[in-house]
Design a protein around this ligand. Structure first.
Ligand SMILES: Nc1ncnc2c1ncn2[C@@H]1O[C@H](COP(=O)(O)OP(=O)(O)OP(=O)(O)O)[C@@H](O)[C@H]1O
Length: 422
């Protein structure tokens, strides 16, 4: 976990010495950080600002995490800046090298400075108070998306503890915005805003036009879009710029954030990809899949995986609200010769898939589904081979890394921008 103060105390000091002349906008939360940042970035860019955008995790290529004007940084620049940062840091041997997420964070900030962005939109990694991104001090606008239970072994098991961590990104004098939260979480956020000496506002619903502009299910994304529009408007105001609703609508329409409620149709398979990994996200995801496939005659299939401290049995229970002809449990591995993203293969991940299979069958109890339709495969490629003979509506969910492993096979350059109308 990227807690600077616990594992790498020198880093905060070192980063604190960098003069971040460009104001940044930070975003934290449990659900919808990435998409809220993406909408926010798109609106600011559409209004003529040169944007930097730091997000995590990546789906296929690590360069997706660091974007300039909405586009992942090119490989050449990534490598050049990486070695600049690496060489500077390794001169101070006694401090040791930063860990993966810390390194990427330093790299992103360096790139934003060198590329002279007007504004940087920063998605927090895990938590907030102790997250690596929280070394930033010049952050005039911060946003907190919907809070829920995730990463509980790091942040705590209660809503209050989680809210305390998330509220840690508020800064003295900044303007902080959040969406409707459970009462106990909101109380903690309010206390944190007093402690941090800033104003906390709850955002209003976004204008009606947003519903026609966004490609994602509006009922779920309304909060994300409302927050994104408020954050970008606050930033534009700060810069003395006026929001133009035509530009905003265009920004919402053209914003691309793959791997979330994305539909791709390739050969016999209609892929429904959503990186839901909390209980209520999975709940939304199943509803969305049911809605999308209600008139379809194709067979239904599910590919699922979950990692970390998540209670997968609760997720599986929700996923059983839909009937599937085939259910595959697969590690976040695209092909067996190649694992991608941060959580790849290995015997432990297969063991976890076997456990998911066991849980699934146990939950089915009386079983409308015979055992042979539930399999563990070592890679996504193997699972897709087992589907290709017939027309399938396939749902892939449980982990964004799993979605990355699928995209790595079917759309490695993330070119098929998903813009599905509701
Ligand atoms: N407002 C929301 N309410 C419930 N679920 C949401 C919401 N927004 C996004 N999600 C779910 O979370 C998944 C990830 O979306 P997104 O990348 O925007 O969130 P995130 O908070 O950045 O996720 P991560 O924790 O992986 O970084 C989506 O695929 C969707 O299932």
């Amino acid at each position: 976990m990227p807690i600077i103060s616990a594992r790498c105390p020198h880093l905060r000091h070192r980063l604190a010495q960098i003069n971040y002349r460009k104001p940044m906008s930070s975003l934290v939360g449990t659900k919808g950080k990435g998409s809220t940042c993406a909408y926010c970035e798109s609106v600011l860019r559409e209004h003529g600002l040169k944007t930097g955008f730091y997000s995590s995790p990546h789906l296929v290529h690590v360069t997706e995490r660091i974007r300039i004007n909405g586009k992942p940084i090119g490989k050449g620049k990534f490598v050049k800046y990486f070695w600049d940062v690496h060489d500077r840091l390794s001169q101070r041997e006694k401090d040791g090298m930063p860990m993966y997420f810390q390194m990427l964070t330093i790299l992103a900030f360096k790139i934003f400075i060198m590329e002279k962005v007007d504004v940087a939109v920063i998605e927090v990694g895990i938590g907030g108070e102790y997250d690596t991104t929280n070394v930033l001090r010049n952050v005039p606008i911060v946003g907190i998306t919907s809070l829920g239970y995730d990463h509980t072994s790091l942040l705590g098991n209660s809503m209050e503890e989680i809210a305390w961590h998330k509220g840690g990104i508020m800064k003295k004098g900044c303007e902080a915005f959040t969406v409707d939260q459970p009462a106990n979480a909101m109380k903690v956020l309010e206390e944190r805003s007093v402690e941090k000496e800033c104003e906390l506002h709850v955002v209003e619903d976004c204008p009606k036009y947003a519903e026609d502009c966004i490609g994602h299910p509006y009922s779920i994304y309304k909060r994300n879009v409302s927050l994104a529009l408020t954050l970008s408007k606050a930033y534009l105001n700060l810069k003395g710029l006026k929001e133009d609703s035509d530009l905003t609508q265009n920004a919402l329409r053209t914003c691309s954030w793959p791997g979330r409620f994305q539909i791709l149709s390739i050969d016999n398979i209609v892929y429904h990809l959503d990186g839901a990994h909390t209980e209520d996200s999975i709940e939304h995801c199943v509803e969305w899949f049911k809605q999308q496939t209600k008139h379809s005659k194709s067979r239904k299939a599910l590919i699922f995986n979950s990692t970390g401290d998540r209670k997968s049995v609760d997720h599986l229970k929700i996923l059983q609200k839909c009937h599937y002809d085939k259910v595959f449990f697969v590690p976040n591995v695209s092909r067996t010769d190649k694992s991608i993203a941060d959580f790849g293969g290995g015997s432990k991940s297969i063991e976890r898939c076997e456990l998911h299979k066991e849980q699934w069958l146990k939950l089915l109890g009386g079983s409308q589904m015979i055992d042979s339709e539930v399999h563990v495969f070592p890679s996504v490629f193997d699972a897709l081979q087992a589907l290709k003979e017939n027309q399938h509506d396939l749902l892939v969910t449980g982990s964004l890394h799993l979605i990355g492993a699928v995209l790595n096979i079917i759309d490695p350059n993330l070119q098929q921008i998903p813009h599905q109308k509701k």
